[in-house]
Design a protein around this ligand. Structure first.
Ligand code: X2X
Length: 335
């Protein structure tokens, strides 16, 4: 060890002693988008709040791009479930291989707006999913937002279901394969981490993702020409902790952790909605051609995707779909 290193180590020791605190326990948090997204910002906010609320007893190290799961975005939930990861921020769609019921949020055209979304993700319906996830070893701490998923491609503007015919579309999960098939496209399931390169090289023509959480921060506009705001599927994210970790915490720490998660995800939802609201204008400035379908045009997409809705509503089960529909109806905004 050289002099400089020795001095550095001594300094570290002194500052630790001066702060009077025991070394914080570091929890590892995995998420599957890049470090510029609102997923990352929400995860970092959670780390800050947890450290504050626990008086520095815990801190969080955030690992983007599903790197702790070898780049496999679907594997993260299973790893948290068996305690191989402490924490995860991921979207519902990534958990459908483990828990098919999680597809409920993303059923095509289930929601007509944010108030309907909030009535389910921030209300009793989401608790039905939380129970199932708990049985799989994941304690959901709070729900955030990926958002309404919009379609982009490099071939032509999408104005009607016919325009989807024959397009090679990257999709994230199994339900979207059925949705894309219903629209006459050629879906291909692919990791998000591989998608930008695939779009750039023309391996696929298009993809679909939310504007504020992913398309803008991950610069999808650099490799895609056309975007249609078809709002066809909503995707929430959640912040979850391994139940192995959770059950070992005392009630006070549990309360602090849940509070930190709720505040962090509220912040994450807010910045995601802001980014989405400003997003279309920004994307046009970047040279994208954006098409905003009318109500009648949206109805054509709704009709075309109905077969996939029916298949997946069956997989989710009547109890859960019914609870979601009831909460949506009670907002009084129709859909
Ligand atoms: O892979 C995607 O498209 C993403 C980032 O939205 C999800 O995690 C589902």
């Amino acid at each position: 060890m050289n002099k400089v290193m020795k001095a550095g180590l001594a300094g570290l020791l002194v500052s630790t002693m001066l702060s009077g605190a025991a070394l914080a326990e570091t929890l590892r948090l995995s998420h599957n988008t890049g470090d510029t997204t609102t997923w990352q910002q929400g995860a970092e906010k959670f780390g800050e709040l947890l450290s504050d609320k626990t008086g520095g007893a815990y801190d969080v190290r955030v690992f983007p791009n599903a790197q702790l799961a070898g780049g496999d975005q679907m594997r993260q939930a299973e790893m948290v479930g068996r305690g191989a990861l402490d924490l995860v921020v991921t979207s519902a769609i990534n958990v459908t291989p483990l828990v098919p019921e999680m597809a409920v949020f993303s059923l095509p055209y289930l929601y007509a707006g944010y108030d309907q979304v909030d009535a389910t993700t921030q209300g009793a319906p989401a608790e039905l999913l939380e129970e199932i996830l708990r049985d799989k070893g994941i304690e959901v701490l709070a729900w955030g937002e990926n958002g309404f998923r919009e379609v982009t491609n490099n071939v032509r503007p999408i104005m009607s279901p016919d325009d989807m015919q024959g397009l090679n579309m990257r999709v994230a999960g199994p339900m979207y394969i059925d949705v894309m098939n219903a629209l006459g496209a050629n879906p291909q399931q692919m990791q998000w981490g591989e998608t930008m390169t695939a779009l750039q090289q023309g391996v696929v023509d298009g993809q679909e993702n939310p504007i504020g959480a992913v398309i803008i921060p991950q610069q999808v506009y650099e490799v895609q020409k056309y975007l249609t705001t078809w709002h066809y599927s909503y995707d929430p994210i959640f912040l979850g902790v391994s139940t192995k970790r959770w059950d070992a915490l005392d009630p006070e720490t549990q309360a602090q952790m849940r509070e930190a998660a709720e505040e962090a995800m509220a912040y994450q939802r807010e910045i995601t909605r802001e980014g989405t609201a400003e997003g279309v204008a920004f994307l046009r400035e970047q040279g994208m051609e954006v098409y905003e379908p009318s109500e009648a045009e949206l109805q054509a997409f709704r009709d075309a995707t109905q077969p996939a809705f029916d298949v997946w509503a069956d997989k989710v089960g009547e109890d859960i779909v019914g609870a979601f529909r009831k909460a949506i109806d009670e907002t009084g905004n129709g859909s």
